[in-house]
Design a protein around this ligand. Sequence first.
Ligand SMILES: Cc1cc2nc3c(=O)[nH]c(=O)nc-3n(C[C@H](O)[C@H](O)[C@H](O)COP(=O)(O)OP(=O)(O)OC[C@H]3O[C@@H](n4cnc5c(N)ncnc54)[C@H](O)[C@@H]3O)c2cc1C
Length: 427
Amino acid sequence: MPTAEVPAGYRPGHIAGNPARLTPQQRELVGIAAALGRERFAPRAAAHDRDATFPFDNYADLRAAGLLGICVPREHGGLGADFATYVMVAAEIGRHCGATALSYNMHVCSTMWAGFIADTLDMTPAQRDEHERFRAEHFRRIVQDGKVYSQPFSEGGAAAAGKAPWGTLARPEVRDGEPGYVVDGRKIFASLAGAADFYGVLCTVDRPSATLRDSLYLAVPADAPGVSVTGDWDPLGMRGTVSRTLLLEQVWVPASARLMPEGLYFQAASRFPHMFATLSPTYMGIAQAAYDFTVQYLRAEVPGMPPVRRRMYPTKQIAVAEMRVKLEQTRALFLANALDAGVDPDKDTRMRIYAAHYTIMENAQALAALAIRTCGGQSMLRSLPLERLYRDSRCGSLMLPWTAELCLDRLGRECLYESGERDEEIE
Ligand SMILES: Cc1cc2nc3c(=O)[nH]c(=O)nc-3n(C[C@H](O)[C@H](O)[C@H](O)COP(=O)(O)OP(=O)(O)OC[C@H]3O[C@@H](n4cnc5c(N)ncnc54)[C@H](O)[C@@H]3O)c2cc1C
């Protein structure tokens, strides 16, 4: 009887664990992302990282594959992917190029927030009607014209942490009979700076005593008068995101630039917290990549390396086992979080979001560090991807609004306090 052919070499697993449990669309889109990632993004990642250049080539591939419209509703010509499907695709991309996955997230969030998240929120019939008209144009630009949106909200102060109104102001002003806004502000860490066609800017409607509730989310054309990109970009990791500083000086945009009605961002942030949980899938991918690299390295299967095996040493086996345990713990929370997303989550679900986000960000960094220690000295050479994974993974837990610290702050408070409870003496 012929023996079954045993495939040679390590075969990395599916980013979502058991693919049989996925929907057909999830399997298909993750498969497309995997092929693009392996064949296109991974070979280009080192150069974009070294030169801190934006991966326009990867975006051309994403555009050609229809993935710019992944979360654009089907009735607007997009792929209509839900939250779970998107985060799986994002994690698969992150496995091959972290910077592409992270900046892609900024683009996709613009469509997700204006799309299925906005659908779950309260609007007046007039707001809903107007939102439908405005978003149809944003979605058309993306699906038909291949335009790329970004999402600069950080300003260097408390606003991106959700603790103060945006310092970027939008003053209502009618020009040539058309209502609109004049926008003034400065956004730091604006991923896709100089690369996006539209910057999805979070701002505050400029009115007396404006609060967090007076939020406004506007798509500002990159070529509008008064828009400029400034500063250098030479960071530790995620270098291909090109997150330079964006200046908005007296930029007028029409009211149709709104990606959400006035005030709706505040409602979204309060009622649909998973909107911020899309930053961690990139790092799920990085965690998987660090593990995959370690296994290949210890098996002497990394291309270009001398065929020296290290897998027979018990300490390597224990280390890789610990890595696998950490990876599966991370994936379990990643998948739970993916399926939990929805409007008005209960308290336990909210707590799970923070726990999942924290775990993914912190474990990606821990796994990349363990990978270097386990593989050994040669593994950190710049000719190999592991040191890039290590640097990229460091960025995750710094990202607002849910830095590792802020996740712990929120979680600690939620663990010990029920709604409305206060301790005056320590407030
Ligand atoms: C690679 C990369 C890409 C990025 N891309 C984008 C992007 O596209 N768009 C975007 O908007 N942002 C982006 N960011 C920015 C990121 O989310 C943070 O906003 C940014 O790192 C802020 O840096 P900071 O040093 O001002 O933050 P921090 O100093 O950590 O925080 C800023 C402020 O938040 C408050 N704060 C922070 N921690 C706490 C705490 N524990 N308790 C209470 N208040 C606290 C404080 O007021 C503090 O001054 C990116 C970051 C990285 C690393």
